[in-house]
Design a protein around this ligand. Structure first.
Ligand code: TXA
Ligand code: MG
Length: 325
């Protein structure tokens, strides 16, 4: 039996305390949450996602005062970053505390921590009173969900309605996953881009941020990820006409509002106003393409500013998918 969505934070906490899984809203994407202290809950998260057990999961905390229960040495610059930006779309990868389960960290010496900015989920976390492991609530390698319906479509049959729940907090405002910053020594490292930009991190920490785009320890940063079934073709605006004319099938198109559509037959999937709106609507647009049975989506890349950097990153990775992923 498939699970039903609810808006009842108390029911979500009860399910988590019984060892169940709860798909819950965050400001970025929906996460598939379980008690981060429970090996059984973690095993089920990996199972439902179809995710390799060597890939670590992010632990979601009620507030920044929980940092030291999960981390060993938090660099001072990272602590002030957390205090400035939490709750918010920032994950810190810090040295783990001794009692953090291996299954959380994928066997690594670090743990990923964040405080999500969503009222319903903050209520769940405050009542639960400890960390919740929550990777994005999608099958491994696929597009992250930004509505409760996306979660139901993708995981509904894999969840167990006698113990799991989907908490419906409406569409996620940000729409792409949190910025991940490596924080294990003196230098901030960007491991995944998001709404929080490198410039913001540099300004808040007073330190230069190095870019690591292909850290194998951060699976979301491997080349093939975030992929719909449709083939994604990212293009710069000036190349749109040429690329569109070469396609022999009707295609889906995602492009900023001001971009002139090509003459070839296509379905406009989204016309975001700006980079923030592009991030917000991207994953829903990719899912719409699959629902419509389109085999190709042309995505006109937004300028590389603000969260446009993260949109470009996700589109490039979506395009690099491996067959069958
Ligand atoms: O916005 C988000 O971060 C969402 C919401 C639900 O919070 N979560 C999310 O989780 O995107 P997930 O598991 O799909 O992606 C987390 C990324 C993965 O690439 C993972 O490898 C990396 O964070 N990560 C987590 N812990 C890590 C660690 N200890 N070392 C290196 N990378 C880590
Ligand atoms: Mg993910």
């Amino acid at each position: 039996m498939t699970v039903h969505p609810t808006q009842d934070a108390g029911a979500a906490v009860a399910a988590l305390r019984r060892g169940g899984l709860v798909a819950l809203p965050t400001e970025t994407v929906y996460g598939l949450a379980g008690d981060a202290r429970s090996p059984e809950a973690l095993a089920r998260i990996y199972d439902v996602k179809g995710r390799p057990s060597t890939h670590p999961v992010i632990v979601h905390l009620p507030d920044a005062s929980f940092l030291d229960q999960w981390a060993a040495d938090v660099p001072a610059w990272a602590r002030s970053l957390a205090e400035a930006l939490w709750p918010g779309p920032l994950t810190l990868i810090v040295p783990r505390a001794d009692d953090v389960l291996d299954a959380v960290c994928g066997g690594q010496p670090t743990v990923g921590l964040r405080v999500p900015a969503h009222p319903l989920t903050l209520e769940v976390l405050a009542t639960f009173g400890d960390g919740l492991a929550a990777p994005s609530a999608n099958r491994y390698g696929h597009v992250s969900p930004t509505t409760a319906q996306h979660v139901l479509d993708e995981l509904g049959d894999l969840l167990d309605d006698s113990r799991d729940l989907v908490l419906d907090g409406g569409p996620c405002p940000v729409g792409v996953e949190s910025t991940i910053i490596g924080a294990w020594d003196d230098s901030p490292r960007l491991l995944r881009s998001g709404l929080v930009t490198v410039d913001q991190v540099a300004a808040l920490t007073g330190r230069p941020v190095s870019l690591i785009t292909d850290d194998v320890r951060t699976p979301g940063s491997t080349a093939a990820h975030y992929s719909p079934r449709a083939r994604v073709v990212p293009v710069e605006a000036e190349d749109l006409d040429v690329v569109a004319a070469e396609l022999s099938v009707p295609f889906g198109l995602i492009a900023l509002d001001g971009v002139d559509p090509p003459s070839a037959e296509h379905e406009r999937l989204a016309s975001p106003r700006d980079d923030v709106d592009y991030a917000h609507s991207l994953y829903a647009a990719l899912r719409t393409a699959d629902d419509a049975g389109l085999s190709v989506v042309i995505a006109v890349l937004p300028p590389d500013t603000g969260v446009g950097h993260a949109v470009r990153d996700r589109l490039t990775r979506a395009a690099a998918r491996e067959v069958g992923l």
